[in-house]
Design a protein around this ligand. Structure first.
Ligand code: KPL
Length: 316
């Protein structure tokens, strides 16, 4: 298939490389320096996979490339702007994958696509949960930082056709793919882990594995407890023991990885705190919960973020 990875950063580039390996025609659309480096030297992948992948890379979708599917991999805060642009550059609706971290990701994308002229975007936009860890080391260079998978919801109207196409597409790659009945639950499950890991790693400048030990563990577990209480209050009841085990498994599997939020802070960029802890705080507070650790984390990360100055052109 012809695939466009739109706003391709670390995850987008890695997914694009896997699809290219599987024989698909992949176009990465990203920042000028990233696209230029890939055009001249290929996409360099290090970590659990070491190789250089030849890929077409541009800063916009060229008129001669008619994509059949899109991976929209912009950061959550940049999604509406990226979706608006996408709707203009690719005016005919096609299956569009959203593999971001966080909650409430789809609606702003559907709204932006609709405003850009896509009829019925709910038929085309497909959410998935991605657990492949990746780091953008620099233009044209990505580190595959451990194992992971892509989780899709079972195909259901109105996006049943698009979900089938995207699930089948990734089944042709080496990336493990799983389909679940309740995707919203899987989205929450990942958000619980991100809420417990990302702010703590970002505030203390430590890789994920450090959260298995004090002093970071207590801070991480306090965030997890509040996120769990919020999930329960909005209808997703996860057994605490199971989520603790999942947290430890992720921390061990991605021990060397610098979380995506830490990478953003490292590079002086905006973070996805709003879509993760900010959304938990919003939903939990609306349910009458007191979430002091989450509120502190949101305030502390916001204080270190550049506050929207770099709202465009960021990607994951
Ligand atoms: O999703 C991640 C992220 O960094 O955003 C985890 C699972 C924490 C891996 O680093």
């Amino acid at each position: 298939m012809r695939v466009v990875v739109f706003a391709a950063g670390a995850i987008g580039s890695l997914l694009g490389a896997s699809l290219s390996h599987a024989g698909h025609t992949v176009l990465l659309v990203g920042r000028a320096d990233h696209a230029e480096a890939i055009r001249t030297k290929g996409l360099r992948i290090t970590g659990s996979l070491v190789e250089t992948v030849e890929l077409r890379a541009e800063t916009s979708v060229p008129a001669d490339f008619a994509p059949e599917v899109i991976l929209l991999t912009a950061k959550t805060f940049d999604l509406p702007a990226a979706a608006s642009l996408l709707g203009i550059e690719v005016p005919t609706p096609i299956p569009t994958l959203l593999p971001q971290n966080g909650l409430g990701v789809e609606e702003p994308v559907r709204t932006a696509l609709s405003a850009s002229g896509w009829p019925d975007p709910e038929r085309w936009v497909v959410r998935a949960v991605n657990t492949l860890p990746a780091t953008l080391l620099g233009p044209g260079e990505v580190r595959a930082a451990g194992q992971g998978e892509l989780v899709f919801g079972r195909a259901r109207a109105p996006a049943a056709g698009a979900t089938r196409i995207l699930t089948r597409l990734f089944r042709t790659t080496e990336i493990p793919v799983r389909a679940v009945d309740n995707l919203e639950r899987a989205v929450w499950r990942k958000a619980l882990i991100n809420a417990a890991v990302n702010p703590v790693t970002a505030l203390h400048g430590v890789s994920n594995g450090h959260l298995l030990e004090e002093p970071y563990r207590t801070e991480s577990l306090a965030l997890l407890r509040e996120a769990l209480a919020t999930a329960r209050a909005v209808g997703f009841d996860f057994p605490e023991k199971e989520v603790h085990a999942e947290l430890d498994r992720v921390l061990k599997a991605t021990a060397e990885n610098r979380s995506s939020m830490l990478q953003d802070i490292d590079r002086g960029r905006r973070t996805e705190i709003q879509a993760i802890s900010g959304e938990i705080l919003r939903q939990g507070t609306a349910q009458g919960l007191d979430l002091p650790a989450t509120r502190r984390a949101v305030d502390a990360i916001r204080a270190r973020s550049p506050g929207g100055a770099l709202a465009r052109g960021q990607s994951s």
